[in-house]
Design a protein around this ligand. Structure first.
Ligand code: SF4
Ligand code: SF4
Ligand code: SF4
Length: 179
């Protein structure tokens, strides 16, 4: 049984493979009822892998197969309640795109490559008492502006959420937070 809303919402996001669309439709038919329309503005409460589609559609289309988990060379992706999340504890995303390529359902898409998290300064920056430019020096997106004797300015609109600045900060002053 097809769910028209799921189909429409899904096609707004991508051209999907037949296999992926069928999987999504089957899963959508199981979980969407007439009283629960697709919420196009639903935000994820956890950090999804790069290129994740809108959260409501993601939850419908991801089958929890774990292919993205296996594909990530940095071991960043974990399954939680059968859905993938990023765990930045031990590494950062190198933007290799392998997770997206591994996803056959369209839950992850290269055209949307971005991570729904941004770095936030949650502890004292070392540069306020000892020279440090570790984060700004490593940001490929030039999203961190170093400032003399104080914490850097993070331009979140330039950032794609890779988490490298968090990983390299010697005093763990930065933390990735869901946006
Ligand atoms: S883009 Fe590469 S490094 Fe980043 S989460 Fe996907 S597989 Fe892992
Ligand atoms: S590969 Fe795609 S469908 Fe499989 S767990 Fe990852 S996001 Fe979900
Ligand atoms: S998360 Fe990545 S892109 Fe964003 S500011 Fe940090 S290093 Fe730059």
């Amino acid at each position: 049984m097809k769910d028209e809303r799921f189909y429409k919402a899904y096609m707004e996001h991508r051209t999907v493979s037949r296999r992926g669309l069928l999987r999504g439709l089957l899963k959508g038919a199981q979980t969407i009822s007439d009283s629960s329309p697709v919420n196009h503005h639903q935000k994820a409460e956890v950090i999804r892998p790069p290129g994740a589609v809108n959260e409501a559609i993601f939850q419908q289309s991801c089958t929890g197969c774990g292919d993205c988990v296996s594909a990530c060379p940095e071991f960043l992706i974990v399954l939680n309640a059968s859905l993938p999340e990023l765990d930045f504890i031990s590494n950062y995303c190198t933007r290799c795109d392998r997770c997206v390529q591994a996803c056959s359902t369209g839950a992850l898409q290269s055209s949307l490559f971005n991570i729904n998290a941004r770095p936030e300064l949650n502890h004292a920056c070392q540069n306020s008492y000892m020279y440090c430019d570790s984060c700004s020096g490593r940001c490929d997106k030039k999203a961190i502006q170093w400032q003399s004797g104080r914490a850097p300015v993070i331009e979140i609109e330039l950032c794609d959420g890779c988490g490298e600045c968090v990983f390299v900060c010697p005093v763990k002053a930065l933390e990735m937070v869901v946006i």
